[in-house]
Design a binder for this molecule. Structure first.
Ligand code: DX5
Ligand code: ZN
Length: 242
């Protein structure tokens, strides 16, 4: 299970210290939200900020591009230190060339989907992606409430992964707190992006540990509830993922 604090909820006035907090927290990744003021009604930060914080940690940088023209940003973010870049399926015909370009840059490929978009839209790309990012709020701002109608998408993404023997990660992003994280884990998510809930606590390490605990417990519960006894001899694919 991957726990990824989202830097959007950090105190931008002391970014270096915030990155050190994440570094020491036991989190697996740092999630970086890039907003262009067009694809979403907000602006965050660009490659210069990512480049500045890159030497402060060895953590995997997951760069979530909420941008209308990500093609102009892939190289700058790759050079700035992104390990993965996520583009949105809502970009339509641009999606395939974008996925190939991210791969060609040697970075992990992520595909994000907004709450109102049907999960069927990501189906043609499943073989090409390392991660699906299921938005559980409408992107643009931190601190919003989790949209429960997105839970069946997680289940569908999980079922497709089993049926097609694929290994993409299933991430959830937006309104992820200890309760909704457990519900997402129960539905099949394995990557938990959380801003307000994690950065909002004075002890970020304790918050990361607690989130890991609740999602691991939910995953075990899921396997207990759904797997027939004989099938338990073969661990499920997601049980093999860290
Ligand atoms: C939303 C962003 C999220 C956001 C999550 O547009 O993509 O990554 O930072 O923040 P919280 O956990 O506060 O909803
Ligand atoms: Zn995000």
């Amino acid at each position: 299970m991957i726990i990824a604090p989202s830097l959007l909820a950090a105190n931008f006035g002391r970014l270096a210290r915030e990155v050190s907090r994440v570094n020491a927290s036991g989190a697996d990744r740092l999630h970086l939200d890039i907003m262009d003021g067009h694809f979403v009604p907000n602006i965050s930060f660009g490659p210069a900020v990512v480049r500045t914080i890159r030497p402060l940690t060895k953590l995997f940088f997951d760069v979530h591009l909420m941008c209308s023209i990500p093609e102009i940003l892939l190289e700058p973010f790759a050079e700035a230190g992104a390990n993965q870049m996520d583009i949105h399926v809502e970009l339509g015909e641009a999606v395939t060339p974008l996925l190939w370009k991210i791969k060609a840059l040697g970075r992990k490929v992520g595909l994000a989907i907004n709450p109102p978009t049907a999960i069927a839209m990501v189906q043609p790309y499943l073989e090409q992606v390392d991660a699906l990012l299921i938005m559980t709020v409408n992107p643009g701002f931190g601190g919003q409430s989790f949209i429960y109608e997105t839970l069946p998408k997680i289940q569908q993404a999980y079922e497709w992964r089993c049926e097609r023997a694929l290994a993409y990660r299933i991430g959830v992003d937006g309104g992820v707190d200890f309760k909704t994280a457990a519900e997402c884990a129960h539905a099949g998510a394995d990557t938990f992006i959380s801003g307000t809930t994690l950065f909002g606590r004075p002890n970020l390490g304790a918050a990361v540990r607690k989130m890991r605990q609740v999602v691991e417990a939910a995953r075990l519960e899921r396997h207990r509830a759904r797997r027939p006894a004989a099938a338990n001899r073969q661990p499920a694919l997601d049980a093999q993922l860290p």
